[in-house]
Design a protein around this ligand. Structure first.
Ligand code: ADP
Ligand code: MG
Length: 265
């Protein structure tokens, strides 16, 4: 049965929202007396447990708010399957200087080579480090902006895309943008320029971005801002999705025609 003091401690901890401490302090006190911990040792262990639980909760909330389509980490990425990717470059990116400095990361390559996986994995790293992240495909973003525009909320919606430390825009290139959509995208890129980091993915090489945006001039203006402070990871290789099927002999092999190269400037 809980003593009066235990009741008081518990209620104090709950009032201070020290949920993990309230949960753990008795068991830890037991351990402390058995192992002869000093008072500061005990306090440190207790505070560590509280801090770890808080960090876990924050990460969980930020991960939900990031709106990822799936959760994949860098550890889960098989670099040996995709030798065109410079593992060290990805490691450098995972140090998150790009996020702190408002720089961009662009993954280029054919379908299934891991562009979205790597974008999400870097997003998760950023969240672990305390940053806010938001993920949207171009299609989702354009749908949301068009709806906001119809409701007279366009400015507010654009602001929402300016807020997160890292904005991930997936699948540039599958959908040719209308004049209006391209203008919104240009506004967004201009507004985030040198202020907020972006991670972009595209199945089209930069030379073909003129097909995505209404004209070459617009594409050049967007690329000019995007690439000024950026790292491009050009992935040339086989689709991971087809790997298992190929193993089973269900489909033939194809190779990507994307040029390989890395640009960091
Ligand atoms: P893309 O965005 O380039 O079309 P995805 O990142 O969506 O490709 O990858 C397709 C699927 O294959 C995802 O489930 C992803 O986790 C997985 N995948 C791709 N490349 C790898 C890899 N090298 N190692 C492990 N899983 C991979
Ligand atoms: Mg993808």
């Amino acid at each position: 049965m809980a003593s009066v003091q235990q009741e008081r401690l518990r209620s104090l901890m709950e009032r201070l929202k020290l949920r993990e401490m309230a949960e753990r302090y008795e068991a830890l006190a037991e351990e402390a007396s058995q192992a002869d911990w000093t008072y500061p040792d005990y306090l440190e262990r207790l505070l560590e447990a509280e801090a770890a639980a808080k960090q876990e909760r924050t990460v969980a909330i930020k991960t939900r708010m990031a709106h990822f389509p799936f959760l994949k980490t860098l550890d889960a990425f098989d670099f040996s399957f995709q030798p065109s990717i410079d593992r060290k470059a990805i490691k450098r990116l995972s140090a998150l200087t790009f996020a702190e400095e408002g720089e961009n990361v662009i993954f280029l390559g054919p379908p299934g080579v891991g562009k979205t996986h790597l974008a999400i994995a870097l997003g998760l790293e950023a969240i672990q480090a305390g940053h806010s992240v938001y993920f949207a495909t171009v299609q989702e973003m354009m749908g949301a902006l068009a709806q906001a525009d119809a409701e007279g909320q366009l400015a507010a919606k654009l602001k929402q895309y300016l807020k997160p430390t890292v904005l991930i825009v997936d699948e540039i290139g599958y959908l040719a943008l209308s004049d209006w959509e391209a203008t919104q995208f240009f506004q967004l890129v201009s507004a985030r320029y040198e202020k907020g980091a972006m991670i972009l993915t595209s199945n089209k090489s930069y030379g073909d971005w003129g097909e995505v945006f209404p004209d070459q001039v617009m594409a050049a203006a967007i690329l000019d801002r995007l690439l000024h402070h950026s790292t491009t990871v050009n992935i040339k290789g086989e689709s991971y999705r087809l790997k298992e099927k190929k193993k089973a002999g269900l489909v033939g092999t194809t190779s990507s025609e994307d040029e390989n190269g890395k640009r960091t400037d």
